[in-house]
Design a binder for this molecule. Structure first.
Ligand SMILES: Nc1ncnc2c1ncn2[C@@H]1O[C@H](COP(=O)(O)OP(=O)(O)OP(=O)(O)O)[C@@H](O)[C@H]1O
Length: 281
């Protein structure tokens, strides 16, 4: 579905992405982990068209994203959810207006009744009551704002969600609820996710395959269980070693495959985790 070959990106002469290649298949959940400044958001922006790659072949459903028609279609098919939900919403717009803006853009010719039904179904999908339609962002918690951002991203009925640190601004119990919601949406809608995070434990709980990025280079790509139990690259090992939840998580990752949710339980209990990384440049 998404295929990227040899993507390069520099900012002011500084290499930020170096020959990045990977693909995401339909319905797949792929994690992207790396320390701060490793190029994760830049990669997300190149995929969604918010930024332009200097070099490389980016394909969406077999078409080149440099082609205008393919890029236009990808604007509907590929949606992004950002780290800071409050700043992602227009503070002077109600939830209804934020969602309608996306609905009208991607489904321009629905009847008023159909729009109402869409609004209701979007809110239901993210676990919000219909009354929230008339609220402004300042009348919502950060977690509720992120649910609205997710609902807005779902409005075009995307095939791929790029989730860029979308849980990082939320406290651990809300993170656990959002993780459940993302799993449920994936089950129901079978979308693909590119789930970007510095938090390897959260990535391991959600993703099937993981890409590890170090200073713009994908240094490892593996099935999540292989990555946890048999990391090949020293950088991956250092990320794992920096995750104090990990010794216990080795068991919960296995139970997750069998339908367990021990990590989420721990997170819901307010299990304290140290930051996985320190800023490096
Ligand atoms: N618009 C820009 N102009 C110049 N440099 C940029 C720009 N955007 C990002 N960079 C630089 O590119 C590098 C990668 O940034 P990026 O935001 O992609 O990293 P990241 O892995 O997402 O980090 P974080 O986890 O902190 O969000 C950093 O050194 C950053 O300073």
């Amino acid at each position: 579905m998404l295929n990227i070959q040899g993507l390069h990106k520099k900012y002011q002469g500084k290499r930020v992405l170096d020959s990045v290649s990977f693909s995401i298949e339909s319905g797949e959940i792929v994690g992207l982990i790396g320390m701060s400044g490793s190029g994760k958001s830049t990669l997300a922006r190149c995929i969604t068209g918010l930024d332009k790659a200097d070099q490389g072949k980016l394909q969406w459903n077999g078409g080149l994203l440099s082609d205008k028609a393919v890029r236009r279609k990808s604007h509907q098919d590929i949606q992004m959810v950002f780290q800071d939900p409050r700043n992602s919403l227009n503070p002077s717009w109600t939830v209804k207006r934020s969602l309608m803006e996306s609905l009208i853009r991607f489904h321009p010719s629905l009847s008023a009744k159909a729009y109402e039904a869409q609004l209701e179904s979007l809110l239901k999908a993210v676990g919000l009551d219909i009354d929230y339609l008339h609220r402004y962002p300042h009348e919502l918690s950060t977690g509720q704002c992120q649910r609205v951002c997710l609902a807005r991203a779902l409005a075009p009925e995307p095939k791929l969600l790029v989730l860029d640190e979308c849980l990082s601004a939320l406290d651990v119990s809300i993170q656990a609820q959002m993780l459940e919601l993302l799993k449920e949406l994936h089950r129901v809608r079978n979308m693909s996710y590119l789930f970007i995070s510095h938090d390897i434990a959260v990535v391991a709980s959600l993703c099937q395959r993981v890409l590890v990025i170090e200073r713009g280079v994908i240094v490892e790509e593996a099935d999540v269980h292989k990555l946890i139990h048999d990391p090949q690259h020293p950088y991956t090992r250092s990320l794992l070693a920096d995750t104090p939840v990990f010794p216990e998580f080795m068991e919960t990752a296995a139970s997750h495959t069998a339908g367990g949710n021990a990590l989420e339980d721990k997170m819901a209990e307010g299990y304290e985790r140290r930051p996985v990384y320190e800023y490096q440049n």
